[in-house]
Design a protein around this ligand. Structure first.
Ligand code: MN
Length: 203
């Protein structure tokens, strides 16, 4: 059985940038629902119960057709949110490590251009989805966005930084002002964790 992981901080830890009520509902209702729905889907094919989220998502073509979309949505939702919570926080490093900075500069020219491209990907995602900084198997960084709960690992890419732009992530505090939420996000990135993801070598 998949389980909701412990949130690494209190619901109000990211105030005022991400408010406590949004955090509580996002984590204890939305994330919990992805976990519950994933477990429910896997009940129909117990041979997949022991597989990790990464195994399920890296090979969605091998999933039984009657649960494929449910696993994409809910294993993806579980994976993406678990990743997201850990890359947020106010106590970690305030900027990328030198290694990550160098990699960002190589691809984007400078940090500001990277930040603009990530912000644009998050702003322009129509409807629900995520903005990502990912690394592929050749070590190449890329900014893009995915729809719904589609996880980067479905494309053979590993997330370094991600931002949930579903309305449930920001509507209570920011209503329709997604750009304000995106701007606020940069204040609560835990770069220690982002740096750690960058240095992991395996996909
Ligand atoms: Mn969400």
């Amino acid at each position: 059985m998949h389980e909701l992981p412990k949130l690494p901080y209190s619901f109000d830890a990211l105030e005022p940038f991400i408010d406590a009520q949004t955090m509580e509902i996002h984590y204890s209702k939305h994330h919990q629902a992805y976990v519950n729905n994933l477990n429910a889907a896997l009940e129909k094919h117990p041979e997949f119960k022991e597989k990790s989220l990464e195994e399920l998502l890296a090979n969605t073509a091998s999933l039984p057709e009657d649960i494929r979309q449910a696993v994409i949505n809910n294993a993806g939702g579980h994976y993406n949110h678990t990743f997201f919570w850990h890359t947020l926080g106010k106590d970690g490093a305030k900027e990328p490590s030198n290694e990550l900075k160098d990699a960002i500069n190589d691809i984007f020219g400078n940090f500001e251009t990277f930040k603009q491209q990530f912000t644009e990907a998050a702003t322009k995602r129509f409807g629900s989805g995520w903005a990502w900084l990912t690394i592929d198997k050749d070590g190449k960084l890329e900014v893009w966005s995915s729809a719904n709960q589609d996880a980067p690992i479905m494309q053979g890419k590993r997330p370094i930084l991600g931002l949930d732009v579903w309305e449930h992530a920001y509507y209570l505090k920011y209503q329709n002002r997604r750009p304000e939420y995106i701007e606020a996000f940069w204040n609560v990135v835990n770069w220690d964790e982002v740096n750690r993801h960058f240095l992991r070598k395996e996909i």
